[in-house]
Design a protein around this ligand. Structure first.
Ligand code: TMP
Length: 210
């Protein structure tokens, strides 16, 4: 079973991933967690290049190919081996993030992004995707507070520095994807407090693993 978490900056994904694993492990499932970009040692180096604010002049095509390169390595050396071993893989962001950030928000060709995924990423699709939905003003406020409090490094703040309009396109892109694939996407209202979000996620998990 392959589960992914998606949402704009500050939607609370990283906090909920721990709850998901705790919920599943308590029921006897063998789980591993990961994230994109940066789920492998090579991916961690690619993540550094992608998120460093020093690289603010990065071409959108360069950015797209770096995310895809990170994903190929991640799928081949981490995700697929764990799925083959029968584990639940829970991943913070995956292919939907590329469609939304590089496609819907940066305006790159979405069909090209889908074709790249088919041809170099074995067209791997999650079995279930949690979409943590929150207004960009709220999500970005939280993300900036994490940076200010040292919970995230300023060196990884390139996307937080994008203007609000960019994040609105990201949110709209996710909502569009969720409308197109209602069976795979599970919408979570991430404006709620952390405990309510956890309960909403657990209700979905209980259905998925019943
Ligand atoms: P994170 O902060 O959730 O770890 O994600 C890192 C940033 O990378 C986040 O701003 C979203 C962005 N991103 C893309 O633009 N395209 C992608 O394919 C992925 C996986 C992430």
């Amino acid at each position: 079973m392959f589960i992914t978490l998606e949402g704009i900056e500050g939607a609370g994904k990283s906090c909920q991933i721990k709850n998901i694993v705790a919920f599943l492990e308590a029921r006897g499932y063998d789980c591993v967690t990961s994230r994109e970009p940066g789920g492998t040692p090579i991916g961690a180096q690619i993540r550094g290049v992608l998120l460093d604010p020093v690289n603010k002049d990065m071409d959108a095509g360069t950015e797209l190919l770096l995310y895809v390169a990170d994903r190929v390595q991640h799928i081949r050396t981490f995700i697929q081996p764990h799925l083959m071993a029968g584990r639940v893989v829970v991943c913070d962001r995956f292919f939907d993030a590329t469609l939304v950030y590089q496609g819907y928000a940066r305006g790159l060709d979405k069909d090209l992004i889908r074709r790249l995924h088919q041809q170099v990423c074995d067209n791997l699709q999650p079995d279930a995707t949690f979409l943590f939905d929150v207004a960009p003003a709220v999500g970005l406020g939280r993300a900036w507070r994490q940076i200010d409090n040292g919970g995230r490094t300023g060196r990884e703040s390139r996307f937080e520095q994008e203007v609000l309009a960019f994040h609105q396109k990201v949110r709209d892109g996710y909502l569009d994807l969720a409308r197109r694939e209602p069976h795979r996407f599970h919408m979570i209202d991430a404006a709620q407090d952390i405990e309510s979000v956890r309960r909403s996620v657990e209700q979905v998990l209980a259905r998925l693993f019943s």
